[in-house]
Design a protein around this ligand. Structure first.
Ligand code: AP5
Length: 190
């Protein structure tokens, strides 16, 4: 199995790059943001609770997202592997993911961390907010809170994966295809 973590702040391009990788390597794309937005669209209890948290730009509780990911891994144990996009986002989530994969006798191969400065993140997300109407992309203060949540709770995960020699930093600025080429080089070298 090939199991990748696509990592980086909001707007770094995780979803964009994941969509290119799933076809190239025939992997299952697991985005906790997309799973949560599906729950919101279906107006489930979980979705209603998550919406108010997401609209403020805060992180949803660990047990909620870990439960969603555990279900999806169970449903796809025979796949070529997974791309985790927007998960894990806390050390507790990373430990839970390691344990879930260990149960399936597999593990994370690599964490690809996209590096993009804040000013570019804010520009990209405000633009998407206008084009797509995504509710947490509408307001600069909410986007800034998402970036703060990333810096405080998520960025420390780089150390978690670096200690396992699994962290690879990728420049996330420039044409999407150039970034994809750099990601492919890292994966081919595994
Ligand atoms: P989530 O859906 O994961 O959103 P995010 O991390 O804020 O990131 P985005 O999806 O906005 O950005 P991305 O890095 O995927 O970039 P993208 O490719 O889309 O999470 C939303 C919320 O859900 C969280 O705030 C939290 O509340 C909750 N949540 C989710 N997971 C959670 C978890 N594990 N634990 C707790 N809570 C969780 O690109 C962004 C834009 O930039 C697009 O318009 C794209 O076209 C453009 N773009 C991409 N690449 C480039 C490029 N190279 N140049 C120019 N533009 C580009």
């Amino acid at each position: 199995m090939l199991n990748l973590v696509l990592f980086g702040p909001p707007g770094a391009g995780k979803g964009t790059q994941a969509n290119l990788l799933i076809n190239r390597y025939n992997l299952i794309h697991l985005s906790t943001g997309d799973l949560l937005r599906n729950e919101i669209a279906a107006k489930t209890k979980l979705g209603l609770e998550a919406k108010s948290i997401m609209d403020k730009g805060n992180l949803v509780p660990d047990n909620v997202v870990i439960g969603m990911i555990a279900k999806k891994i169970d449903l796809n144990v025979d796949s070529n592997g997974f791309i985790f996009d927007g998960f894990p986002r806390t050390v507790a989530q990373a430990i839970a993911l390691d344990n879930l994969l260990k149960e399936k006798k597999t593990s994370i191969n690599i964490m690809l961390s996209l590096k993009v400065e804040d000013i570019e993140l804010i520009k990209r997300l405000l633009k998407r907010g206008k084009d797509s109407g995504r509710s947490d992309d509408q307001d600069k203060n909410i986007i800034t809170n998402r970036i703060n949540e990333y810096n405080n709770k998520t960025a420390p995960l780089k150390e978690y994966y670096s200690e396992q020699n699994k962290l690879r930093e990728i420049d996330g600025i420039g044409p999407v295809n150039n970034i994809a080429l750099n990601i492919n080089k890292v994966i081919e070298n595994l």
